[in-house]
Design a protein around this ligand. Structure first.
Ligand code: PRX
Length: 571
């Protein structure tokens, strides 16, 4: 075990008295930072945007610092307020109401943010979709959520299925298009006409705000349902862990199609009133270093995959840029390798703070914060107001240094409130009052948590969560594929890559062309990040007697590990 330790530092919100803060902690204290605390009626869009726009000192402050290779734009809090009000008026005109699901399938552009807050202001539930999704992925989500409206661009419209979605009434198109049917609403035309005033729909803390679809090991992606109450934790962790204050220029690299991109790419920085950097386009080391340098980013939240790519890009690239503005770095999504932490100390002269949480948890839970000693390789300790533990399968707590299920005592503010249309799935997460994460970990004597791996078949490739079932289902849609089993295979840069084992239907023979065609079929039908990097043809795929694919066995074979219990294997 790595016993390297990196000493604590000063931060803006020192939690040096961590144990004492935890002991006397109540989320009610955090609520006092919000005006709704008295009325109980709330809207996260108001707290993140309009509250600052109402403040004469902050109204003209740059909220969004947007750039992509072909566009640069700044938006103040007041400008986002007005644009989102206009969009909320457009939505009302077409009968969007509280609780309706309105999805966004957009590239990372300033319009995304105006539309997103417009949706929330009507009391509707926003469903952001990752820009790289293809038709099947889009269909599954719109269908399951019974989305009433979709906001997209003419370029992405080709990936939006036009049949089999009876609830989808309207599609808003951002960008020039000659579509004329009643189904389409043209953004520019409607926005021109729309008032910049809007009466926000005040909702209850427990009313729905967001649906983020995420993958498990079985079934289609699940709609994780979050409520406005999550803001309490976005705000608190934005301070404690991201160390943010109003003067910061903050950059979260995650796409808003994933939970990091909403909780920490939108809510945390704006609830605090910081300037939020959004960079469109694709990853490259020069582009990312340039984004920090040009925008004078002070606080940066990113992922191990990206950091590992920066490490491989070498030291000269670091020396080509000026990082003097940067003062705090965080990471999420996968284990943060101790070597990367060591590299961070050298490259930036800064600690990289690992944070652990999930789509289902809505906000950070186990973290490293500034006034805490770092133990590279450890995810850190639970935030105040959160109790974490290692439990056995019955939900009994295990002693230090024993590996088990990483679990959280039910009831933190940002916790998902349901799985859309799937109550039994929601309930299956909880055992004996604990939310059981599906990750295995242990806790050392000093209360630091150490991630060990996933306990299910969920794949984590480049920090993105992929369900093997989704990929397998798509694979067998290809005429050549009879059966498919999909696993995550360890990879030094991506964490895991997707490997698919398939059997072929009669009449097909294995060839490089066929395998490439199948790969492309997933890439263009489901999404690029879900396409198997490795495909192997087998004579049979191991299954249980009840017909379940034994991915664990495939994985053991692939990695040359002991195969364990195979008593349920089909003859
Ligand atoms: O396995 C854990 C891994 O990512 C999973 C959650 O994925 P997702 O819902 O897509 O959310 C990602 C970002 C919030 C977890 O079950 N994971 C997340 N953070 C870490 C991690 N694994 C190791 N270390 C982390 N810091």
């Amino acid at each position: 075990m790595d016993m390297q330790r990196i000493p604590a530092q000063e931060g803006n919100y020192n939690l040096q008295n961590y144990d004492k803060v935890r002991a006397g902690f109540s989320w009610d204290e955090v609520k006092k930072n919000f005006s709704w605390n008295e009325t109980g009626k709330v809207n996260i869009a108001y707290e993140a945007i309009d509250r600052h726009a109402d403040n004469p000192d902050k109204k003209d402050k740059v909220a969004l610092l947007y750039s992509s290779p072909d566009r640069e734009e700044k938006m103040t809090f007041d400008e986002i307020r007005k644009k989102s009000n206009q969009f909320a008026n457009v939505l009302k005109k077409y009968d969007v109401n509280k609780g309706d699901r309105v999805f966004l399938f957009l590239p990372r552009t300033p319009e995304f943010y105006a539309a997103f807050f417009g949706i929330l202001k009507t009391g509707a539930i926003a469903g952001p979709l990752f820009e790289a999704f293809m038709e099947q992925a889009v269909r599954d989500r719109l269908k399951d959520s019974e989305a009433k409206m979709l906001i997209t661009t003419p370029e992405l419209l080709g990936r939006v299925p036009q049949e089999d979605l009876p609830n989808l009434e309207k599609i808003v198109l951002i960008g020039e298009s000659d579509k004329t049917s009643d189904k389409y609403i043209h953004y520019a035309e409607e926005m021109k006409e729309a008032s910049t005033d809007f009466d926000i729909e005040w909702v209850d803390l427990e009313d729905g705000m967001l649906l983020h679809y995420t993958s498990g090991s079985t079934g289609k992606p699940k709609g994780v349902y979050h409520v406005h109450n999550a803001m309490i934790q976005h705000y608190a962790t934005g301070k404690w862990v991201a160390d943010l204050n109003e003067d910061d220029v903050y950059w979260c690299t995650a796409d808003p199609g994933w939970v990091t991109g909403t909780s920490y790419g939108i809510f945390a920085p704006w609830l605090i009133g910081a300037t939020n950097v959004v960079r469109g386009g694709r990853f490259s080391p020069d582009d990312w270093y340039g984004t920090i340098d040009k925008n004078n980013v002070t606080v940066w939240y990113t992922a191990p995959t990206a950091l590992r790519k920066l490490v491989s890009a070498g030291e000269t690239k670091v020396k080509d840029h000026d990082f003097s503005s940067l003062r705090h770095i965080m990471s999420v999504g996968e284990p943060l390798n101790p070597e990367v932490v060591t590299w961070g100390l050298k490259a930036f002269n800064m600690r990289i703070h690992d944070t652990w949480w999930m789509t289902e948890t809505g906000a950070m839970l186990i973290v490293n914060f500034p006034s805490m000693e770092l133990r590279p390789g450890s995810m850190g300790k639970p935030i105040p107001g959160v109790e974490a533990s290692i439990v056995d399968n019955e939900g009994n707590e295990l002693p230090p240094n024993q590996m088990g299920n990483l679990a959280i005592k039910k009831g933190w503010p940002a916790m998902m409130r349901k799985i859309w249309n799937n109550e039994s799935k929601f309930e299956s997460y909880f055992v004996n009052g604990w939310y059981v994460s599906g990750d295995s970990a242990y806790k050392d004597e000093d209360g630091y948590f150490w991630f060990q791996g996933r306990l299910d078949d969920v794949i984590n490739t480049s920090g993105e969560r992929v369900g093997p079932f989704e990929v397998e289902s798509k694979l067998i849609e290809h005429p050549a594929v009879a059966e498919a089993g999909v696993i995550g295979k360890p990879d030094p840069e991506r964490g895991e890559i997707i490997k698919a084992f398939i059997t072929l239907n009669d009449g097909y023979t294995e060839s490089d062309e066929l395998l490439e065609e199948i790969r492309q079929f997933i890439k263009t039908g489901l999404s690029a990040h879900a396409a198997p990097r490795e495909l192997e043809v087998k004579d049979t795929i191991p299954k249980t007697r009840s017909g379940k694919i034994m991915r664990r066995l495939l994985k053991s074979w692939e990695l040359g590990l002991p195969t364990g219990d195979t008593s349920t294997l089909e003859e």
